[in-house]
Ligand binder design. Structure first.
Ligand code: DX5
Ligand code: ZN
Length: 217
């Protein structure tokens, strides 16, 4: 059974409390919070005050995905805003080892996201510091994009690498996840599925989350 992390990016921002309460009542394991700065990615979503507001109403842990340059400048702020998992991009971190140590020193789980073009081998020397690897299955920046099919083999290869190295890191897949690809992703080794538009665009988001959650392979 995968863990499910609905992305609040696809929610109705004018009714954020209601949307968070819906997720509280759902089978979701996390609330995925997409922070975009308009520099690392070509879009601006929201930042600290909105993350903090989500946290005030959430009973599920916040899985905060930082799509920002220089994320090391804001780690403590996002932990104070309620992050339980803090994920930075390998492409945005010159000193990734130091950044991961700092995230863990702050007492939360350390995640590393990698863009579709980045090889998983970029992480091979640092897996023991990582609690979660977020494989981007779209180019980060927007919800509602088409799933990149190459992700299946990337998940499988990462799973192999984690087993070889004895790493306990979880594999998260983020972008374009739906009932069209979720089962195959879990079969390949995905532990956490992020889903934005598939959940919030559904006529019954609760049932949609439950159906993703019930995948067993
Ligand atoms: C993309 C974000 C994703 C996105 C997922 O930049 O990191 O988390 O919100 O949304 P969907 O599921 O609509 O692709
Ligand atoms: Zn994300």
């Amino acid at each position: 059974m995968p863990q499910i992390a609905p992305s609040i990016l696809a929610a109705d921002f004018a009714n954020l409390q209601k949307e968070v309460e819906m997720l509280n009542a759902s089978a979701a394991d996390y609330i995925h919070v997409d922070v975009m700065d308009g520099i690392f990615v070509p879009n601006i979503s929201f930042g600290l005050p909105v993350t903090e507001a989500i946290h005030r109403h959430a009973t599920k842990p916040l899985d905060v995905h930082l799509m920002i340059v220089n994320p090391e400048l804001y780690l403590e702020d996002f932990v104070n805003a309620g992050a339980a998992v803090l994920t930075v991009h390998v492409e945005a971190c010159t000193h990734l080892h130091r950044t991961l140590q700092e995230i863990k020193r702050l007492g939360v789980k350390a995640g590393v996201a990698i863009n579709p073009h980045s090889p998983i081998e970029l992480l091979s020397e640092i897996l023991e510091e990582i609690d979660l690897v977020c494989l981007m299955s779209v180019n980060p920046g927007f919800g509602g994009q088409k799933f990149i099919e190459h992700t299946y083999s990337k998940v499988a290869n990462l799973k192999k690498l984690l087993l070889q190295t004895g790493s306990n890191a979880l594999i998260e897949v983020d972008g374009g996840v739906s009932d069209q690809n979720a089962r195959r992703l879990v079969e390949a080794g995905a532990d956490i599925l992020v889903a934005g538009s598939f959940v919030f665009g559904a006529s019954d988001p609760l049932a949609t989350i439950a159906s993703l959650k019930s995948i067993s392979v």
